[in-house]
Design a protein around this ligand. Sequence first.
Ligand SMILES: [Zn+2]
Length: 334
Amino acid sequence: MNDIHRNTLVLDTHIDIRWPETPDWTEETRQLVDLPKMRAGGMNAAVFIAYVGQGRRDAAGHAAATARAEAMLLHIRDRARAPGTRFCATPDALEQCFAADETAVLSAVENGYAMGHDLSRIAAWRELGALYLTLTHDGHNEIADSARPRANLGDAPSEHGGLSALGRQVVAEMNLRGLMIDVSHVAKSGMMQAAELSRTPVVATHTACVALCPHPRGLDGEQLDMLRRVGGLAQITAVGAFLKSTPPNAAAQAGVADLVDHIDHAVRRIGIDHVGISSDFDGGGALHGWGNAAQSEAVTLELLKRGYGAREVGLLWSGNFLRVWRQVLRFGSL
Ligand SMILES: [Zn+2]
C-alpha cells in the first residue's frame, strides 16, 4: 500500500447500511463496506448512516421514522463491539483510534424527518453518538425544502422557501448540542439559510459540483463560496450521476478521475481547507476504480497523480472534517 495512504487517517463521511436485514459487518459481505474491505483498503473510519426515507408527515409516520433512526444508531454503535474497532463520538477518540491502528465506527442521522417536531431528539441522537444530522432527504419535510421535491408525496417545488420556522429552531438546537449540520439534499434556499444562520460551519457530507455536472444534488458556485465564507466543507461523493452527465450513460462510466475532477474544481474555487471526500457506498455510490471500501487507495493515488501532497491528501480525507467537527463541539455540548 502507498505510504501516504497508509499514514493518512482515511475517513469516509457517508456510508449507508442495509436495514433491517443487516449482514454481519465483521465478515466479507456483498455490501460495498464491511470490516474486511475497510482494512484491505486502508479506510480507517466510516460514518455509518441511520437513514430514514421521506414518508408521510403525520404522527404515525414521524413516530415510525424516529424509531427506525434510533434502532439504527444503536446498531451502528454495537458494530464497534468487534475486536480492533472503536465507536468514536469525538475527534479525540477518532484520532486515538487511528493511532492505535484500529477501525473507527461513527454514526449520523440522514433526514430530519426522523425527529418530526420533537427538538429533544437532537440531544438524544448526540447522546447515542451521532455526529451530524442531514436536514432533509429527497422530499420536503417539516424542517426544510429538499433539493429534490417528491411529487408523489404531494411536494410543491418549494414549500417553506428554504428553512421552516421549525428548521430555524433545529439549526439553533443543533448548534447548542454540538451536532454538525449536514446540508446535503437540502434545496439551495435552505442550504444558504442554514449556512448563514448556524453559529458553526455547515457541511455537505455527500455532494458534487454543478459546474461540472448539472444535478440538483450538486452545489453551484454561490453555494461553494458560501461554504468557504462560513468555514464549512463540500465532501465530494462517489455517485456517478452527480459527477458525469455527458455523453449518454456517462454516470455509469464515471470513475475515480471524475471524482477528483470535482475535488479539483472545488479546491480551485474555495481552497483546500473546504473540501473532503465521501463514497455514499451502499446508498448509491460506486465508481470504476473506487467500487468498494477495499479500493480506497485509488482515490489517494489519483490525488497524488494530480500533484496533491501528503498534507493536502490528509486535509481532504479527514483533516478538514476534524477541524470543523472540533469547532462544532467547542460551541455546543450536551
Ligand atoms: Zn444521501
